[in-house]
Design a binder for this molecule. Structure first.
Ligand SMILES: Nc1ncnc2c1ncn2[C@@H]1O[C@H](COP(=O)(O)OP(=O)(O)OP(=O)(O)O)[C@@H](O)[C@H]1O
Ligand SMILES: [Mg+2]
Length: 475
């Protein structure tokens, strides 16, 4: 159904291909996992497999492409493939969740009754029926990602490409999604292509694995454990090893005064629906608190309140005497696209220092060092929006760390990162804690919570439902 023969792609303005001589055939009902390190060409291959290359990529494609037996030089026929990219916010257009699911169905002439039935069935299956009329602006990022995925499932394409579809989903939603995808490929013959770094999840789903490195296909075969190991893909269990290799935490001093204290925090976006409802928490220097909890539990809301982007009523965010939210709290947004605004990587990284009146020369030196530490040392003059998702993520972190805030709030810092970058991020977080900072990080990634945190705090019903030491750290 999908045929690529010697397909290469060179981005506009570049001389090297980001996809080189790819030859593949994918038939009905195949479930394909696409893996490889950050920047290895996974999304580029995905767009070509879907026939969306002309629409989604600026550059030159060579080679032969065919979709359902027809020439695909200019792309696949409309409706052939559905695609969910890495930034769910970029593909939501409508006012409500229901409107978003109905959009493609209405466009192809289905009547309102059929739209309602499809939406009800899908939303019901994911326990999301009560949000059908919710406005998209009022959803958490995980809820937005789920909406983006469901709108593609509603379209019933023959080929579905999902680029890191569970990056913002909680474990229950991710499990439901993969079980559903398996059903759709078995019963309806859909081709399902998933770019995913969680190999454990892929192993239970994919029947074929394609691994990329430097734009080349380095493995294409069955997705059994041995094969994937040969493909150079790190095991989900590998993080236990990575954990042992990380620099140790120093034991947090229990008599040190907390850097941030939350007292009886209550907050809602509308007065009658509190998201946080009497939440208490204190974080001392040297501690890293992993904030866990289902999509919509209020993790991002909490981090934003600590940064002063919203006022609890009643309740109080207290920083240690002498600290202010503007100067001493660094917030990394859940979606890097929301954080980035400058013209160059260097300007983005230096923005906070500039605001604090740091001289240009010192600013540049500090930015250079911070960016080099995240493997972005060669990209100072690049437009931040042209970076890959994982690179944007690292830039956002560098831009926060360079100003050395006392309290770090990191919202899902590892989405879009491969295993190696995730371990590097964990090492960096540990260093920050050892240097006396207090860190709060929201995450759905157990591996990251295990590697980076000293404490695991789970939010539910607007409060702290459990607060315990990281069970993966030796006592
Ligand atoms: N701007 C907003 N207006 C109204 N409601 C909102 C707004 N932002 C978030 N909410 C609601 O507040 C609740 C908590 O959202 P929040 O983004 O804090 O959750 P989260 O725990 O970070 O979720 P996720 O795991 O999906 O990131 C959700 O039910 C969400 O629908
Ligand atoms: Mg969130």
């Amino acid at each position: 159904m999908i045929e690529l023969e010697n397909v290469s792609f060179v981005p506009a303005g570049a001389s090297c291909p980001t996809l080189a001589e790819a030859t593949l055939r994918i038939g009905q009902g195949e479930r394909v996992g696409i893996v490889g390190p950050s920047g290895s060409g996974k999304s580029t291959l995905g767009y070509h497999l879907c026939g969306a290359h002309k629409l989604a990529l600026a550059g030159r494609t060579d080679g032969r492409l065919a979709y359902a037996g027809r020439d695909g030089t200019d792309g696949a026929p409309i409706g052939f493939a559905g695609l969910v990219g890495q930034n769910p916010e970029a593909q939501l257009f409508c006012r409500t969740v229901y409107d978003e699911l109905a959009l493609a169905l209405l466009a192809r002439g289905e009547d309102e009754t059929r739209c309602r039935q499809t939406a009800e069935t899908l939303l019901g299956r994911y326990g999301f029926a009560d949000r059908s009329q919710a406005s998209l602006g009022s959803l958490s990022l995980g809820q937005k990602q789920l909406t983006a995925v469901l709108s593609m499932l509603a379209m019933e394409p023959r080929v579905l490409l999902l680029d890191e579809p569970t990056s913002y989903l909680d474990a229950a939603a991710a499990d439901r999604l993969f079980a559903h995808l398996t059903e759709l490929s078995r019963e309806n013959g859909w081709i399902i292509l998933v770019i995913e770094h969680d190999r454990k999840r892929l192993a239970g789903f994919a029947d074929r694995l394609i691994a990329l490195d430097g734009g080349r296909i380095v493995h294409d075969g069955p997705a059994s454990a041995g094969e994937t190991r040969d493909a150079g893909v790190s095991e989900a269990e590998d993080w236990a090893e990575a954990l042992a290799a990380l620099p140790p935490f120093s034991p947090p001093s229990l008599d040190a005064a907390p850097l941030v204290e939350l007292h009886g925090l209550r907050f809602g976006y509308t007065p009658d629906a509190p998201i946080l409802d009497g939440l208490d928490l204190a974080v001392r220097p040297g501690e890293v608190v992993a904030l866990l909890g289902a999509n919509g539990a209020g993790k991002s809301t909490l981090l934003r309140l600590i940064k002063g982007l919203g006022k609890p009523a009643p309740g109080r965010v207290a920083l240690r005497a002498g600290l202010t939210a503007a100067h001493d709290v660094g917030l990394m947004f859940q979606n890097p696209e929301e954080q980035i605004f400058a013209h160059t990587v260097a300007a983005e990284c230096g923005y906070w220092l500039e605001n604090r009146g740091v001289e240009p020369e010192e600013r540049l030196a500090r930015c250079r060092a911070a960016l080099a530490g995240f493997g972005l040392g060669d990209l100072l003059d690049r437009a931040p929006f042209s970076l890959s998702f994982g690179e944007k993520r690292r830039l956002c972190l560098a831009a926060i760390l360079v100003a050395e805030p006392a309290v770090l709030c990191l919202d899902e810092p590892t989405t879009g990162l491969d295993a190696a970058n995730m371990a590097a991020m964990a090492a960096e977080v540990r260093r920050q804690a050892v240097n006396g900072r207090a860190v709060l990080l929201a995450t759905h990634e157990e591996a990251f919570a295990a590697m980076a945190a000293t404490r695991w705090v789970t939010l539910a019903n607007g409060r702290v439902a459990s607060d315990r030491p990281n069970p993966w750290l030796a006592p």
